[in-house]
Write a protein that binds this ligand. Structure first.
Ligand code: ZN
Length: 280
């Protein structure tokens, strides 16, 4: 009985502490993406508040669906060949055949989940189901956001292997919450994506590199502040990670706009009604 209670407590703590960019980060990504929408999908700009309101729905599903958690990360450095080649098998069928379903379940399916959510969005656009499309776009934005959080891309997701336990929450929630007002970015230029799956893998390979900078920044801040909880520690952590953290959030928001735009084109550019109510 005691063990069960303890296990539930650990699960609750894990659920709240390892929730990707934290609610504020995902909110920022989803709410800002509409500012980069090209003119042709300008009527979808009314989605902004709704996309933000649903930015963390995918995280909340984890408490009800046992298969949801593994969609939010990929421990890519556990995948055979990644360390040598800096890439893994990208085709879903080949990946599931080669790595096995069990392995992918354990090590995370984030890129394939993002890709399948994109395809669901294409279907929603084709059906002109605007309210469903908004929700799917919000979920896709969440998974894109996770793909831009370096600690969602590594087996050392909470610094356990480098004696930096707790870094996940310190970085994505506590630090982001404290410095949220300093996170600003402008409208980006958005283009149609040629190959969606390889686009998703490309940003994952690229964003993975920042985990080393982040872990090094945590070590340095800890050494200088003498702890990992004080104001001084967070000031130092922010100072050394601000440049890439803001860029990762901005890129995430741009990618979300880019994939929504591409999904709309792939669906045959359905006419978007004017004054679209996000609830419709
Ligand atoms: Zn997540």
């Amino acid at each position: 009985m005691k063990l069960n209670i303890l296990r539930s407590c650990i699960l609750i703590v894990l659920f709240f502490s390892l929730s990707s960019w934290g609610e504020k980060g995902h909110y920022k990504i989803n709410s800002s993406c509409t500012q980069s929408f090209p003119h042709r999908i300008r009527n979808l700009k009314t989605w902004s508040a709704a996309l933000a309101a649903h930015a963390s729905d995918a995280d909340k599903r984890r408490s009800q669906d046992p298969y949801e958690a593994n969609r939010h990360y990929i421990d890519i450095d556990n995948y055979p060949g990644f360390t040598a080649d800096h890439k893994i098998i990208e085709n879903r069928d080949s990946a599931y055949r080669n790595y096995t379903r069990k392995f992918i379940y354990k090590n995370g399916s984030l890129p394939w989940t993002t890709d399948s959510t994109y395809h669901a969005l294409v279907q929603n656009f084709r059906a002109k189901d605007w309210s469903r499309a908004m929700l799917t776009a919000a979920y896709m934005g969440h998974y894109i956001g996770d793909g831009h959080m370096p600690l969602h891309l590594t087996a050392n997701y909470d610094g356990k292997f480098t004696s930096q336990s707790g870094i996940h929450d310190r970085y994505e929630s506590k630090m982001i919450n404290q410095y949220y007002d300093e996170i600003t970015f402008n409208r980006s230029r958005v283009k149609k994506v040629k190959d969606v799956r390889s686009y998703i893998f490309k940003y994952i390979y690229n964003n993975y590199q920042y985990k080393d900078s982040l872990l090094a920044a945590d070590k340095k801040a800890y050494a200088e502040a003498g702890n990992e909880y004080s104001k001084a520690y967070y000031q130092l952590l922010w100072k050394s990670t601000k440049h890439f953290t803001v860029a990762l959030l901005a890129n995430s928001s741009r990618s979300m706009a880019e994939l929504i735009y591409t999904a709309w084109i792939e669906a045959g550019k359905p006419k978007i009604p004017k004054n679209l109510n996000p609830g419709e």
